[in-house]
Design a protein around this ligand. Structure first.
Ligand code: 5GP
Ligand code: ZN
Length: 114
């Protein structure tokens, strides 16, 4: 989608520190990490928010979570625990409207989140 930052990273027009990609998802380091490991896992397909997910996208979310599983292992955070988050809408803190799963780890997490 034109003017979408994460579509730009997916198609290579915008620089991103890509750590994983396959036919359906791309993962890259968050530019302002909130934890020692902070990755964003995005579908190649532009989907703005969780509310825009369609029936045909259901498999894609398996791909996103499977990538999170693999990346948690590859980045050494699977043993100590990690967090995965979709912010949905501005009120929840979403600032980039191309859906992305945050994968955070490498420090203790508190609950509930702010
Ligand atoms: P949200 O607030 O939408 O849930 O998460 C957006 C995330 O994207 C934020 O954690 C922010 O630091 C990250 N971000 C914003 N702009 C860029 C960018 O240009 N490159 C990368 N790698 N991350 C970005
Ligand atoms: Zn996009």
């Amino acid at each position: 989608m034109a003017d979408c930052l994460f579509c730009g990273i997916v198609n290579g027009d915008v620089k991103g520190e890509v750590v994983y990609q396959d036919s359906s998802v791309v993962a890259f380091k968050d530019i302002k990490p909130k934890a020692p490991v902070h990755l964003l896992i995005v579908p190649r397909k532009h989907i703005a928010t969780l509310l825009d997910v369609e029936e045909g996208d259901k498999g894609l979310f398996g791909d996103i979570f499977f990538a999170a599983n693999k990346l948690a292992g590859d980045h050494g955070i699977s043993q100590d625990g990690f967090r995965v988050v979709f912010n949905c809408g501005e009120g929840a803190g979403q600032s980039v409207f191309h859906i992305h799963l945050h994968l955070l780890g490498g420090r203790a997490m508190t609950w509930p989140p702010g």
